[in-house]
Ligand binder design. Structure first.
Ligand code: ADP
Ligand code: MG
Length: 611
């Protein structure tokens, strides 16, 4: 039989290799930005259009390339960063495989203009389908500009595989943020479709984080700093009270390279153990400096995963250092985690009183009282923790001022609807701590979690009205402008159709801003900005493909915002009505997030308690 094995032609081999390196526009962004960092640039500009499908251009003021190097750079396995195999173990650059430019050139049209520092003239190379079209001298600034156009023009299948513009842009922003975070000492700019998404001057790390994620981050950051033989650890963690429901802001960098590592992630989680509310995640930006000989960056083609020689040691260093930082910042007091997350009593010096059982028959729910608001953690979910028996620290003062800022959310209307026309049976419920309803049930007790019950009721109401396409909305007296970080803005744009369906009346308004004209009726009158940010958090990482899930998620979130706050004192009738409505629900036994609303204590349970 004749020999049949052949070497693949270069362009085919490159296209196959490109499949690994260039999965989507964001991959190109990452490779080009990293090349500019490796080239010693201090100022790096990214310009893209149509989420990178049409154009991705990165310009830098780095060291540039000679005429020959410019051509060489496009060859596969062409790199200036290593010479021999051992060099891999002392690598401090981002790249070293020499594959990126060749791969990009295999799947897009590319133009490179580059001038060495001190050279008179630069070089311009044009490439299409892996073939060099032209190479000429040119006038250009020192440094390098690489322009990538018509991505996947020669592989329509890959092009069709790309997600919506918004999704692809989101990925590009992610990559941009990772490189920009790793190098606060360099200036970065990102312009998309003619508008500037980021303009980041060289700055401190803290400032860079704030510039990327928004001013609100400044007060949230606690520094971490630990220097050991194995690793030098630096960066910030977010104060636990600002922890989020999403896993968004979690960054590890090793030798200024963004990495993912589930094992080390657990180390941070451990350090936060007991400080976070269920379901929320710590924020962190942690930088490790490690001898490159003790890591292996080579196990993943796009290099976000790396192997550590001393993984366990690093794990425990991270855990201890983060714990230490949290402690130092006085935010790791002994906490009462049984507290409902919405319940935030003001800090004080007095011993905690035992909770009493009371009924307040004279209480008028239409009268707003101070204590109602005080015990309201606010819908923002950024609720702080109770800090009993502690002298007033800076933290607790901050905490108090936070409380004072909590906007008022009138709950009258909800309460009104809880009171039926006709009078119900006389005293049947006890309200405990503004939190639980208690009723004798058979020969035992039934306990109802007031807030969760109400959340369930509203949740089902919202879903019903969505199904019937009868969402009640109210126009705001004053339209409200809401600003977002560029990354968040892309995300909220994706949610617009769903939000409108839910009764929001809003539009894009200038750069990274929305204008809100109306909100769903059941939200009463809260701050639309806070709500939208809340909803955004709740839905980050949400899989776009499942529209129904998204709607449920949004409904659950809004129910939470609209539900009675812990500490709201209810009249008999209101309690009875609440329970009736609860039992009329499709699923009365759980809140939308799956936590119990009702607990029955049988007489035998009570017997046991009394011993
Ligand atoms: P790698 O980064 O792994 O070396 P690349 O294909 O990304 O491989 O780049 C190949 C080579 O081209 C690099 O090693 C570098 O010498 C050169 N190069 C690429 N981009 C730039 C740039 N922006 N400025 C200067 N040199 C560059
Ligand atoms: Mg590279």
């Amino acid at each position: 039989m004749a020999d049949i094995i052949r070497l693949l032609p270069d362009n085919v081999a490159n296209q196959i290799a490109a499949g690994e390196v260039v999965q989507r526009p964001a991959s190109i962004v990452k490779e080009l930005l990293e090349n500019s960092v490796d080239a010693g640039a201090t100022d790096i500009q990214l310009i893209a259009s149509e989420s990178g499908k049409n154009l991705i251009q990165v310009s830098d003021n780095g060291k540039g390339m000679s005429e020959t190097d410019a051509r060489m750079a496009l060859e596969r396995h062409a790199t200036s960063k290593i010479r021999k195999a051992e060099d891999i173990f002392s690598i401090y650059t981002k790249g070293f495989r020499g594959e990126a430019l060749a791969s990009i050139a295999a799947v897009a049209k590319m133009q490179m203009r580059t001038r060495l520092k001190g050279s008179e003239l630069g070089t311009e190379i044009k490439v299409a389908a892996n073939e060099i079209d032209s190479q000429e001298y040119c006038q250009c600034p020192e440094g390098t500009t690489i322009k990538v156009q018509n991505l996947f023009y020669n592989i329509p299948a890959r092009r069709n595989f790309l997600k919506s513009d918004q999704v692809e842009l989101r990925h590009m922003i992610d990559e941009f943020e990772r490189v920009a975070m790793a190098h606060p000492e360099l200036a970065f700019r990102f312009e998309h479709n003619g508008s500037e998404l980021f303009n980041l001057p060289a700055s401190s790390l803290r400032q860079r984080i704030v510039n990327i994620f928004g001013k609100r981050f400044n007060e949230k950051l606690v520094p971490v700093d630990e220097d050991t033989e194995v690793v030098k650890l630096e960066g910030f963690v977010g104060k636990p009270e600002f922890a989020k429901k999403t896993r968004g802001e979690q960054f590890f960098f090793v030798n200024n390279r963004y990495i993912r590592n589930p094992y080390l992630h657990k180390a941070v989680q451990k350090a936060f153990e007991g400080l976070l509310l269920e379901g929320s995640h710590p924020t962190y930006f942690l930088f490790m400096d490690i001898d490159p000989a003790r890591i292996d960056v080579n196990i993943h083609p796009t290099k976000t995963e790396i192997k550590f020689e001393d993984e366990r040691v690093i794990h425990s260093i991270i855990r201890t250092a983060v714990k230490h930082s949290l402690g130092q910042y006085n935010i790791a007091p002994s906490l009462d985690f049984e507290q409902d997350q919405q319940y935030n009593p003001p800090p004080n010096n007095q011993a905690v009183e035992a909770p009493g059982i009371y009924i307040d028959p004279s209480f008028n729910p239409f009268e707003k009282k101070d204590h109602q608001q005080k015990s309201t953690g606010g819908f923002s979910g950024s609720g702080s923790y109770p800090q009993h028996s502690k002298p007033k620290s800076r933290e607790s003062q901050e905490w108090e001022s936070l409380l004072n800022q909590i906007p008022e959310f009138p709950v009258e209307q909800e309460q009104k609807s809880l009171i039926p026309e006709e009078k119900l049976a006389p005293i049947a419920y006890l309200q405990v701590g503004g939190k639980y309803l208690l009723k004798s049930h058979g020969d035992g007790l039934m306990l109802i979690h007031q807030r969760r019950a109400h959340t369930r009721i509203i949740f089902e109401r919202i879903l019903r009205s969505l199904n019937n396409h009868q969402v009640a909305a109210q126009q705001l007296l004053f339209p409200s402008q809401v600003a977002f970080s560029p990354g968040d803005f892309q995300q909220i744009l994706e949610l617009l159709p769903s939000l409108r369906e839910m009764g929001f009346d809003l539009d894009e308004f200038g750069q990274n801003e929305l204008i809100v004209h109306g909100i769903p009726l059941y939200l009463e009158n809260p701050n639309p900005g806070e709500i939208l940010h809340e909803i955004l958090e709740e839905t980050k990482n949400h899989n776009q493909e499942h529209q129904e899930d998204l709607q449920e998620k949004l409904a659950a979130k809004m129910a939470k915002v609209a539900a009675l706050k812990v500490g709201t004192v209810l009249e008999q009738e209101a309690m009875a009505h609440l329970v009736d409505e609860l039992f009329a629900c499709d699923n009365p036994y759980h809140s939308p997030d799956g936590r119990p609303t009702i607990i029955n204590l049988a007489s035998s349970d009570l017997d046991k308690t009394f011993g």
